[in-house]
Design a protein around this ligand. Structure first.
Ligand SMILES: *[C@@H]1O[C@H](CO)[C@@H](O)[C@H](O)[C@H]1NC(C)=O
Ligand SMILES: *[C@@H]1O[C@H](CO)[C@@H](O)[C@H](O)[C@H]1NC(C)=O
Ligand SMILES: *[C@@H]1O[C@H](CO)[C@@H](O)[C@H](O)[C@H]1NC(C)=O
Ligand SMILES: *[C@@H]1O[C@H](CO)[C@@H](O)[C@H](O)[C@H]1NC(C)=O
Ligand SMILES: *[C@@H]1O[C@H](CO)[C@@H](O)[C@H](O)[C@H]1NC(C)=O
Ligand SMILES: *[C@@H]1O[C@H](CO)[C@@H](O)[C@H](O)[C@H]1NC(C)=O
Ligand SMILES: *[C@@H]1O[C@H](CO)[C@@H](O)[C@H](O)[C@H]1NC(C)=O
Ligand SMILES: *[C@@H]1O[C@H](CO)[C@@H](O)[C@H](O)[C@H]1NC(C)=O
Ligand SMILES: *[C@@H]1O[C@H](CO)[C@@H](O)[C@H](O)[C@H]1NC(C)=O
Ligand SMILES: *[C@@H]1O[C@H](CO)[C@@H](O)[C@H](O)[C@H]1NC(C)=O
Ligand SMILES: *[C@@H]1O[C@H](CO)[C@@H](O)[C@H](O)[C@H]1NC(C)=O
Ligand SMILES: *[C@@H]1O[C@H](CO)[C@@H](O)[C@H](O)[C@H]1NC(C)=O
Length: 682
């Protein structure tokens, strides 16, 4: 028999599939199948008489008899999203059975679901079963995020339910047995951080939806003044929001819309966990389709959000999105196709730079913070960052027409911001020159964007931000002390760039630990925002049930843990150049990695006691990079060798750190398998 080439390849790939099992798969929260059943009756309680309610927990058929007015709440064990079906057995005439959903246990109710509008709750969904059979919610009422599902029987008479099923609809473009097929992984000797990495990755999966089922925004007009409206609101997930077969949205339950600000945190997390690049491209494309052809303005949010509302910062985030997509994909064709629109978009922003050298923000809209306007430090830091991203993209495309002009703008923004907005007594930037408010967003972004001029500025900002923390996280003073898991994601990176690893790890444990372990949370996904005293009220919203408990903008640690703690950083074009610079803080062992179109990247830093460190790392052939480790607390010998490679070993005598901080850095490394060893002399 002749084995044809495709068959040989199929056998070979099957073997590869076995050889390369997904590392740490046991931590992945994505389900193994799209068919989900409740895991328990919430608190083992029923309202009224429901005999056998517990038989519907688990995968096998059961029999729960609802007798008279009665209700039961099922717990799916973690936040999920999808289309619910009830399998009904015996049923009397004229029975109604309704469904209410909630992400948080706070909003379990027989009256309505947690909210998608900004007033009241969402109306329940009712079935009126006329006989045995499977009753399925219409697709326009798919619920993108819920952990608790209540079955509410409001009539006299009996109805038997034999199964409750949710068809999981997130990640629509992945096969159902592939939902755990992550390319990225992170593991260390702190279980909380491991859970945080995987909850972030799963949150972003729940925020990846079928683009035909975005929010219809039927009550966008409902604001605080809506107190005279009916407390139960209609809701529909039936708007097509992008082309293609998947879309990245801000939140699983709400808004189910493409928001470029949210993407700035979610995209790196996705790239380093599921590497779901097609979803990122679909979502960015949907924003660029809405660019204003006269001005170059990109939208605040995707369809069907009104174009009349715009944001200086979210406009820039759409530009950053293309730079991020290129960084992780290496797809220069994508950038080239968007380049004219990109330059048009950046020019729109540059047009707001006035004689002060700074951009004057004339729209109040941002991430729902207050007081956005004028020569704002956050907006100008994001602009500075975006211009520098643009210079890198222009260099990749050999477009020399813009580079010197953009460099001049960037230098002007940087020096003016430091002249006008830096307060050296306080050790932080002011929000703008007419206030002494020193915001979390602008101070974090000043470090992330490298708008700061000195390491001492970075250390001061890091220490001052950390000094503000409450028992629940990092407050955003620019939003009535709300805790913003979005802005806190930038604060994490700011601490690391300031050399303050212990602050970054402490903030992850404090804020993301609270978001996982508090019983009002889902123990699986990260919330949109809350008060700095731990109350689940988010300053911009009047309606607490509206808060999203699966928000991609809260997934910052997923990329931070890989890029800064394991320290594997992609510097250009899908990893053509890279830097491995682990920062273990108080951790002793870390094992992380991911893949790009160029191949696999991994690093296993280990503290070896009394100041020593080992780092095994591996990067694809044909790439180039640098390794760096923090200056040690003892004198000793560092060796670096390429395993089975042609490069000679490097041995360096290293002095003890005298308190200056900084890294020992070795550059010019070719992609391959490397071992770095540092041990103290005695
Ligand atoms: C069950 O009753 C409790 C106590 O009255 C109530 O808080 C809860 O919302 C009810 N649950 C449902 C699903 O009706
Ligand atoms: C049960 O709920 C349905 C749907 O809202 C409603 O039409 C019906 O009147 C209710 N029945 C009772 C007895 O409240
Ligand atoms: C998992 O995904 C990778 C990358 O997308 C793919 O190459 C691989 O075939 C998938 N694994 C399996 C077992 O199908
Ligand atoms: C969504 O569904 C509602 C109710 O059926 C309908 O009125 C509305 O037109 C639909 N919207 C879209 C965009 O299809
Ligand atoms: C584009 O911007 C111009 C100028 O602000 C405005 O008049 C026009 O309505 C915008 N176009 C769209 C499609 O929003
Ligand atoms: C790269 O981008 C181009 C242009 O958007 C797209 O057609 C192509 O599919 C992308 N390549 C990959 C490998 O995704
Ligand atoms: C300057 O910042 C303060 C504090 O955020 C804010 O209240 C004020 O409106 C800002 N000024 C402008 C012009 O936006
Ligand atoms: C920013 O522009 C607005 C609108 O043109 C103007 O009223 C305001 O004075 C400017 N702010 C500053 C700080 O120049
Ligand atoms: C840019 O120029 C370099 C050097 O001439 C060349 O190798 C590269 O292909 C060019 N890239 C593009 C996108 O034109
Ligand atoms: C700088 O901050 C301090 C508080 O730390 C404040 O007293 C001082 O007024 C600020 N300086 C300026 C120029 O606003
Ligand atoms: C940050 O800016 C300084 C100048 O203030 C520059 O020397 C340094 O190279 C920049 N760092 C990065 C990573 O671009
Ligand atoms: C939270 O989830 C983890 C798995 O990620 C599980 O081990 C733990 O028991 C859960 N905690 C609670 C209180 O359910």
């Amino acid at each position: 028999m002749t084995i044809s080439a495709p068959l040989v390849w199929a056998l070979f790939s099957a073997m590869l599939g076995i050889a390369f099992a997904v590392p740490y798969e046991e931590y992945i929260l994505a389900p193994a199948s799209r068919t989900l059943h409740p895991v328990a009756v919430y608190q083992d309680k029923v309202n009224g008489t429901v005999t056998g309610a517990d038989t519907l927990a688990g995968d096998s058929l059961g029999s729960a008899f609802f007798q008279g007015v009665s209700a039961v709440t099922y717990d799916f064990g973690k936040n999920i999203g999808g289309i619910v079906s009830l399998t009904v057995g015996n049923v009397d005439r004229g029975q109604y059975i309704g469904l209410t959903y909630t992400e948080s246990s706070l909003w379990i109710s027989g009256i309505g679901s947690d909210a998608t509008a900004n007033y009241g709750m969402d109306e329940p969904l009712w079935f009126q079963p006329t006989g045995p059979g499977v009753y399925t919610v219409d697709r326009s009422h798919e619920r993108g995020g819920f952990r608790y599902l209540s079955l509410v029987h409001n009539t006299t008479g009996d109805i038997e339910v034999t199964q409750v099923t949710t068809h999981f609809t997130a990640m629509p473009h992945w096969a159902e047995d592939q939902l755990k097929n992550y390319t990225g992984y992170f593991h260390c000797d702190d279980e909380l951080l491991n859970r945080i990495f995987y909850a972030g990755a799963y949150t972003d999966q729940l925020c990846t939806i079928d683009p035909h089922y975005g929010d219809a925004l039927v009550h966008l007009d409902l604001a605080d003044a809506a107190a005279n409206q009916a407390p139960l609101q209609t809701w529909y997930s039936n708007t097509t929001i992008t082309n293609g077969s998947s879309a990245l949205v801000d939140g699983a339950k709400r808004d189910r819309l493409v928001w470029p600000g949210d993407m700035s945190i979610a995209v790196p997390a996705i790239a380093l966990s599921t590497y779901d690049l097609v979803t990122i491209a679909n979502s960015l494309d949907s924003l660029y389709l809405l660019q204003n052809k006269t001005t170059g303005l990109l939208p605040y949010a995707g369809v069907p959000f009104p174009l009349s509302t715009w944001s200086a910062t979210y406009h820039l985030y759409s530009l950053i999105g293309v730079a991020d997509y290129y960084l992780y994909s290496g797809n220069l064709t994508y950038v080239a196709d968007k380049w004219d629109q990109w330059k048009f978009g950046l020019n729109f922003s540059l047009g707001f730079i006035d004689s002060s050298g700074l951009m004057n923000v004339t729209s109040p809209n941002d991430w729902l913070r207050f007081g956005m306007g004028g020569h704002n430090i956050e907006a100008n830091s994001i602009l500075y960052y975006t211009i520098n991203q643009g210079i890198s993209l222009a260099q990749a495309l050999n477009d020399t027409s813009v580079i010197s002009r953009w460099q001049a703008y960037a230098a002007g923004v940087k020096s003016s911001a430091n002249n006008l907005l830096w307060n050296s007594t306080a050790g932080m930037y002011h929000d703008n020159e007419t206030t002494t408010l020193m915001p979390q967003d602008g101070n974090s972004w000043a470090i992330v964007s490298n708008l700061t001029e000195t390491a001492s500025q970075r250390r001061a900002i890091s220490a001052n931000l950390a000094a503000r923390w409450t028992a629940y996280g990092a407050p955003a003073v620019e939003a009535a002390n709300a805790v913003s898991p979005f802005i806190s994601g930038f604060e994490l990176d700011a601490h690391l760039l300031a050399g303050n690893t212990s602050a970054a790890l402490a903030l992850m444990r404090l804020e993301w630990g609270f978001m996982l372990d508090d019983p009002r949370m889902t123990n699986s996904t990260f919330i949109e925002g809350y008060e700095d005293n731990g109350v689940l009220h988010y300053a911009p919203y009047s309606d607490d049930p509206r808060i999203s408990h699966a928000h991609g903008w809260a997934t910052g640690p997923t990329s931070t843990l890989v890029e800064y703690i394991a320290g594997i950083q992609i510097l250009s074009a899908g990893g053509q150049t890279w830097r491995v610079a682990p920062k273990l803080g108080d951790l002793t062992t870390v094992d992380a990695g991911f893949s790009t179109t160029l191949g696999s990247f991994s690093a296993q830093p280990n503290a070896t006691g009394s100041g020593g460190v080992d780092v095994d790392f591996s990067t694809p052939r044909g790439t180039l990079g640098t390794v760096a480790v923090p200056y040690p607390s003892c004198a000793g010998v560092l060796t670096l060798k390429e395993v089975n490679g042609a490069c000679g070993d490097v041995t360096v005598d290293v002095e003890k750190d005298t308190g200056s901080g900084g890294d020992i850095e070795i550059d010019g490394l070719i992609g391959g398998v490397w071992q770095l060893r540092f041990s103290c002399s005695n």
